[in-house]
Design a protein around this ligand. Sequence first.
Ligand SMILES: O=C(O)CCC(=O)C(=O)O
Length: 213
Amino acid sequence: MTAAISAHTEIADGAVLLRSWLSSVAQREVLEAVRRLGESEAGFYTPVLRSGARMRVRMLCCGHHWNARTYRYESIRTDVDGLPAQAIPESLATRARGAAAASGFAINPDVLIVNWYGAEGRLGLHVDKDERPETIEAGVPIVSISIGDSGLFEFGGLRRRDPVRRFWLESGDAFVFGGPARLRYHGIARIAPGTGPAELGVPGRYNLTFRQY
Ligand SMILES: O=C(O)CCC(=O)C(=O)O
């Protein structure tokens, strides 16, 4: 096995792209953990927003469930099926801590949101601001890990109208944004179907965001 080469790129103050952070073996381990979560009773669902719109991504939350209607975290999936959120697998939490440390941050993740994008998947520009004010003010980062097809990531500023930078998040990449970048707008413009590593056999793109509530 050849180790993955990890390039560390500062995209903005507090925002670090760890290109090829995960080796192909590590990507497979993450994928297996995600598959196990997805096969559990409290698996993937399509969130419906309070506007009634269905999100163009399937989702699964661990640790705490993010309610798409109230934008609040809760212990059971009241907007889905009333099931308790699954625990975050320790093997995944360890990866998040490692990516944060490599980017100059620390996180004790107690929320994991897995997004599963199909070919038409996307996620509009938004800010992750539903975590506790204390952790946001402390600049505790969001740690994002991507597996499967590439996703065109949009990374803007602190205001919606600020210019947006676009770059592809590829399988095995980690992206960490905290400190002054914690409340920047971001989203996924589109997916490039069929670009994921063939040997992984991922149906689309998984993105894992680890947060500290
Ligand atoms: O899929 C991605 O890379 C971004 C995910 C995201 O922004 C989110 O879950 O809030």
